[in-house]
Design a protein around this ligand. Structure first.
Ligand code: HEM
Length: 275
């Protein structure tokens, strides 16, 4: 179970904390959408059959009549967090992936060749295909490493005086994990600043690397990792199965970004040409 992000995030981060979902209007819309869903779940709730997260939470609230830690306010905050953390991140990664594909047509062509061999055009991609597609997996990992969309993890706060590697961190200190330093470490990566899927390939097979940490590590690492990895594989392969992404005529694409809670590419235009 996780705490709402708002309980662990300091109110004023020294960065531009304004993803589209954070502005007042969008935040109100999101909250009222979640409230509607919770009310609907309460209406047709059957305690002996949990359909999803909201049902399970309602069950926990009912156990101690809403007097314990499980309360409707927390349910609301957790559901909003899941929607925010779960949509902005995956869609931003896909935006980076399409940008890289348009900028590196030879890499895109190799992904498409693998899709054509393993999946073909006659059916949609399935998760089972992933283990037969080392090059595509390497490209998705390299997109995640190089685009580095959550460069400082999620801000945390020490709950007691702590010593890390000889450094004393007093209780109540906000701590950011510098994931960038690991994913661009010159001692770990052969060409840290290049977009190079070869970082994740050895003898033609997918190579899992310890320094690949876009979801952070440890007991507070991203709870959505499995879902995100599944979504990224299915969306990316489905898109490249049907389209080739190209730089529009007379346009130069670049890797300019905007740093907010996530590191997103600046808006860009590319052509999706049906295959
Ligand atoms: C490419 C996609 C994603 C990336 C790169 C990503 C990355 C991260 C990172 C770095 C953290 C901070 C971990 C830490 O502080 O140690 C985090 C936290 C979190 N992520 Fe993700 N995430 C992604 C997708 C998702 C999805 C799909 C969901 C849910 C459906 C999700 C839900 C969360 C939540 C709720 C937290 C806060 C957990 C807590 O406070 O303990 N994330 N994520």
């Amino acid at each position: 179970m996780f705490m709402p992000l708002s309980h662990t995030t300091p109110p004023c981060l020294p960065i531009n904390c304004q993803p589209a979902c954070c502005n007042d209007r969008n935040s109100r819309l999101l909250k009222s959408f979640v409230k509607e869903r919770i009310d609907k779940h309460k209406e047709d709730w059957n305690p002996s059959e949990s359909r999803d997260f909201i049902d399970c939470y309602l069950q926990e609230i009912a156990k101690d009549n809403g007097n314990g830690i499980f309360q409707e306010e927390n349910l609301m905050a957790c559901a909003v967090d899941l929607l925010l953390a779960g949509t902005e991140t995956t869609s931003t990664t896909i935006r980076w992936a399409l940008l890289y594909m348009a900028m590196y047509p030879e890499i895109q062509a190799r992904v498409q060749a693998e899709i054509d061999t393993v999946i073909g055009q006659g059916r949609q991609p399935a998760l089972d295909d992933r283990s037969n597609m080392p090059y595509t997996s390497a490209v998705i990992h390299e997109v995640q490493r190089k685009s580095n969309i959550v460069p400082f993890g999620v801000p945390r706060m020490t709950v007691k005086d702590t010593v890390v590697d000889g450094f004393r961190i007093p209780k109540g200190t906000t701590v950011l994990t510098n994931l960038t330093s690991v994913m661009f470490d010159q001692n770990e990566w052969e060409t840290p600043d290049a977009f190079n899927p070869g970082h994740f390939l050895k003898d033609g097979q997918f190579w899992k690397r310890e320094s690949f940490v876009p979801f952070a590590i440890g007991k507070r690492s991203c709870p959505g990792e499995l879902l995100a990895r599944t979504e990224l594989f299915l969306f990316f392969t489905a898109l490249l199965q049907k389209f080739t992404f190209q730089v529009p005529p007379d346009t130069t694409l670049g890797l300019q970004f905007k740093l907010g809670i996530t590191l997103t590419p600046k808006p860009y235009k590319i052509c999706a040409v049906p295959r």
